[in-house]
Design a protein around this ligand. Sequence first.
Ligand SMILES: Nc1ncnc2c1ncn2[C@@H]1O[C@H](COP(=O)(O)OP(=O)(O)O)[C@@H](O)[C@H]1O
Ligand SMILES: [Mg+2]
Length: 308
Amino acid sequence: MEKIIQLQDIFFSYGDFKAIDGISLDIGAGVYGLLGPNGAGKTTLLKVVLGFLTPSSGHGRVLGMGISSSRKAVRRKIGYMPENDCLIPGMDGVTLTAYLGELSGMPRQEAIKRAHEVLYYVGLEEERYRKVDTYSAGMKQRLKLAQALVHDPQLLLLDEPTSGMDPKGRKEMLDLIKDIAGKGSMNVIICSHLLPDIENTCRRVIILDKGRIAASHDIEGVSEDRFNRFNLKLKGETGAFLEKLESLKCEIDVTDRGLYKIKLPAQESSRKLFEIALASKVQIRHFQQSRTTLEDTFVTAIGVNHEH
Ligand SMILES: Nc1ncnc2c1ncn2[C@@H]1O[C@H](COP(=O)(O)OP(=O)(O)O)[C@@H](O)[C@H]1O
Ligand SMILES: [Mg+2]
C-alpha cells in the first residue's frame, strides 16, 4: 500500500494542554475521514501534518517527506482547506485564488488560468470577480475549496468542509468532494465532527477523541440487520433482563462505558426491549437505534453524549 501519511507517537501541547496525546497512524491512498467531537484534536493534527505546528515528540512523513524537515516542499503538494477563514479582504475571488496558487509555487499565468477553472468547478463562476468580503458563508466555503485545489495537489486536507453551510449547500459541497474522490487522482482527508459528512464521502474512517485515536473503521456496504441494533444504558439489577434477551437469541455486548449494545433477531421489534425491561424491573436510561455501522463504532468509541 502506498503510504500517504505515516505518524509515529506524535505529541503536541498548547502550553500545558495536551492536544495530541500520542498518535500513530498510517494513511494510504484514497479518501479518509477523520471524525471526532469538537476539541478532539483534528485541526491540530492537520497543522502538524502541514508543518504549521511542530510536535513535541514523534516522527511523521507525508507523501514520502519528513513533516519537520521539508515543510515548504510538503505544502506545495498539499491543498489545505482550513476550518477558519483564510480569505484576504478586498480581493476578488479570482485574484485571491490565483495569489494563493502562486504562494504554492505556481507560475503567475498558470495560477490565473487555473483559478478560473477551479472557481468554475466549485460553482463560483458568476461571483468570481466579487470581493470575497461580500461572499456568503457557503460561498466562502466553496472559495476555500477552490484555493485548496488550485495547484492540483497530490493530497487534499479538508477541515470541516461543510461548516456554516445550509442543507442544500452542504449537499453540494459533499457532492463536490465525492466527485474529487471519484476521479481517483487526489488523495483526500476530510476532518469533521459531523458523522453524515464522513459517512457520505469516505470508506475509511479514523475516530479521534481527546487527542488520541479512539477507533478506526471501514464503512461497509449497507447491512440488512442495521435497523435492529440498539444502544442502551440501564439502571437497576440487569441479570434477569439480560437472561430474557439471551433466551430470545439477542446478541449482547457491554462496552467498558456501561453501554449495552443489543442486536435483536430480525422478527422482533424494539418494543420487546421495553416490555422485557418493564417485566424485569430495569430502567432504560438511554435508548438509541444505531442506524449505521459507523455510528455504532462512533458511539462505542466516544460514548453516547457526543454532539451531532
Ligand atoms: N491555539 C490554541 N491554544 C490553546 N489551546 C488550543 C489552541 N487550539 C486548539 N486548542 C485546544 O486543543 C484542543 C484540540 O483542538 P482542535 O485541534 O481545534 O480540535 P478539533 O479540530 O478536533 O475540534 C481543544 O481542546 C482546543 O481547545
Ligand atoms: Mg477543528
